[in-house]
Design a protein around this ligand. Structure first.
Ligand code: SF4
Ligand code: SF4
Length: 241
């Protein structure tokens, strides 16, 4: 995204619209900071500029196009054909059935509007997940960024790209879930330079409860977090194979 200086009347109306604060006043001009911009398209879609001065280049080159793939809710992710960050997320598990009994699904969302993340931070997390024995979900678009799925290392050319958020989704056997969670929380707190939202998913037992919640409460007391249980049931969805 860029500002066409021939059309811009320097009203500054666009400054508050960007979720990552990429619009700047520089040398008495309104410009978009090329490094900060995550190519989410919000400024253009909002119609905030009545002069038509906010413009998109004809084709965003690779690897910068990855910014749009993980940040623009209207951009199809090439690896999954899903809009937005490229994942339907674990909340569709009751039709996808990725997280079966005996396993726990993990979701680590790096970044948020206003914070965003560099993919170099995601690279740290994916390597750590693999070293702890996590198995990435087959539909997770983060897999398409990996150079080596055996180590979790992302392709070197994407590490400098910045996205609104990216979600690493993976599966861990139930008996190892609390150990992995404890290691990950400690690792993230010490090594990752962005906000991270951690979610776990597991099927309830026949009485509607789950021992996972009790274990989470215990671990939360040790590490200083409160688990928030949340039920998800999708009504009317069906998986077509
Ligand atoms: S809203 Fe348009 S005209 Fe106003 S400062 Fe931004 S780009 Fe320039
Ligand atoms: S495309 Fe998104 S990140 Fe880039 S300037 Fe526009 S609103 Fe900001």
């Amino acid at each position: 995204m860029y500002v066409d200086q021939d059309l811009c009347r320097k009203c500054a109306d666009c400054l508050p619209i960007c979720p990552v604060g990429a619009f700047e006043i520089r040398n008495k001009k309104i410009v978009i900071n090329y490094d900060s911009c995550v190519e989410c398209g919000v400024c253009l879609r909002s119609g905030i500029c009545t002069e038509g001065a906010i413009k998109q280049v004809d084709e965003i080159p690779y690897p910068r196009i990855i910014r749009a793939a993980f940040s623009d809710p209207l951009h199809h992710h090439e690896s999954t054909e899903v809009l937005g960050r490229g994942t339907e997320e674990m909340k569709t598990n009751d039709v996808k059935d990725e997280f079966t009994e005996g396993n726990v699904g993990f979701s680590l969302e790096l970044g948020r509007p206003g914070v965003a993340t560099k993919l170099s931070e995601l690279d740290k997390v994916t390597r750590e997940v693999i070293s702890l024995g996590g198995e990435f979900a087959t539909y997770n678009p983060v897999l398409s960024l990996m150079e080596n799925p055996d180590t979790g290392a992302l392709k070197s050319e994407v590490l400098g790209e910045r996205v609104l958020s990216a979600i690493a989704e993976f599966i861990v056997p139930r008996e190892r879930a609390m150990d992995v969670l404890g290691e990950l929380v400690t690792f993230i707190n010490h090594s990752v330079d962005t906000v991270v939202t951690v979610s776990l998913i597991a099927r309830n037992d026949e009485n509607g409860g789950h021992s996972l919640l009790d274990d989470l409460k215990k671990l939360g007391q040790e590490l200083g977090f409160n688990p928030y249980p949340n039920g998800k049931v999708n009504v009317g969805m069906a998986l077509v194979r």
